[in-house]
Design a protein around this ligand. Structure first.
Ligand SMILES: Nc1ncnc2c1ncn2[C@@H]1O[C@H](COP(=O)(O)OP(=O)(O)OP(=O)(O)O)[C@@H](O)[C@H]1O
Ligand SMILES: [Mg+2]
Length: 323
């Protein structure tokens, strides 16, 4: 299956300045964990984690030309994570290896529909706008920003950077992901005026809006962003564009875990969006891509499995195939 690439002047469709770390996933641990005991898991997977990197990896696997600018420590986890991106065809020539920091890590403990998620930030919070080559970032059609409240090192210059990228003609998307402090303060409202597509999940946008119901929460952001795409797990997504709200149902699957489903949704949605497709098609591409990621542990393993990826995309009519 070959997905044709865009013929544009910019060498990249999608550029991401983001965090890069591994996810260590332990299955089968109890929800309530006693201290001073040896607790045994029933399964373990180590895989590429971090929202930004999962979007980059899976967008490349879906056929986009992707550049990823990041910062990692001079350690095995950093090298492994970078290798995974390179294997997917992501350009990582702007990755910085900084021996003074340690590559971050996330430990995930899924328990059926809920999970513990424990992160050591390390290099995740060390990336600043001074590390980024602005001219390189501008050589793309679209800039995506993830994990706003983990990438605290970017906060100082992010508004300036987005203003520059916007004036250079790039479209911009934001997946804030969660705010561990649940405060939803700076720089969310300063960043939103530059964002074309806002991609929160349902819980996030409701909490951002001070605990409102979903439609009220969407309305609260309606005059700030042209397109709001709310991810709703197995229920698919709800999208507001030009004042109209529509629901798009998800694909029915039997998930192994839903880690990275939101990031995989972003990758699929952006593929269709960057092809200029209508909102219903973008939503479908996002829902198919999100569902695919649930079929293996973590956010990228199902995309790395070529036969699974190709058969699932074909079976569900992923919109870019054969076009
Ligand atoms: N159980 C499921 N069945 C089918 N599709 C799913 C399921 N869970 C997630 N998806 C797909 O993935 C998308 C994103 O899922 P979700 O709402 O969990 O995002 P998220 O919470 O941002 O995820 P992440 O943990 O990656 O940040 C959904 O909108 C849907 O398209
Ligand atoms: Mg998310």
């Amino acid at each position: 299956m070959k997905i044709p690439r865009h013929q544009t002047e910019e060498p990249f469709d999608l550029v991401i300045a983001g965090e890069l770390n591994l996810d260590l996933i332990l299955f089968g641990l109890p929800l309530v964990m006693e201290t001073e005991r040896d607790l045994l898991g029933t399964g373990f997977v180590s895989t590429l984690g971090s929202s930004s990197a999962i979007v980059a990896h899976n967008a490349a696997m879906l056929g986009l030309r992707v550049r990823f600018a990041t910062l990692v420590g001079d350690d095995d986890f950093g090298r492994l994570a970078l290798d995974r991106l390179k294997q997917a065809g992501v350009n990582t020539t702007d990755a910085i290896v900084d021996p003074s920091t340690t590559t971050g890590v996330t430990i995930l403990l899924p328990h059926g529909a809920v999970r513990h998620s424990l992160t050591y930030l390390g290099s995740i919070a060390a990336l600043t706008v001074e590390h980024l080559n602005r001219a390189h970032l501008a050589q793309a059609r679209h800039f995506h920003l993830s994990s706003l409240y983990l990438q605290t090192g970017l906060h100082a210059g992010i508004v300036d950077l987005l203003r520059y990228l916007k004036s250079a003609g790039l479209s911009i998307s934001l997946d804030s992901n969660d705010d561990p402090a649940n405060l939803w303060g700076y720089p969310l409202y300063e960043v939103l005026p530059f964002v074309d597509v806002f991609l929160p999940n349902e819980s996030e946008i409701c909490r951002m809006a001070g605990g409102r119901e979903l439609d009220e929460a969407i309305q609260q952001f309606a005059d700030k962003v042209p397109t709001i795409v709310v991810k709703r797990g197995r229920n698919g997504c709800r999208i507001m564009q030009d004042g109209r709200i529509a629901d798009y149902s998800g694909v029915t699957v039997n998930p192994v875990d839903t880690i990275g489903a939101g990031d995989s949704f972003d990758a699929g949605f952006l593929c269709a969006y960057l092809k200029g497709m209508d909102m219903a098609t973008c939503a479908r591409a996002g829902n198919i891509s999100g569902a695919l990621s649930t079929l293996s542990a973590g956010g990228t393993e199902a995309f790395r499995n070529r036969s699974l990826r190709e058969s699932f995309l074909r079976e569900h009519g992923f919109p870019l195939i054969g076009d």
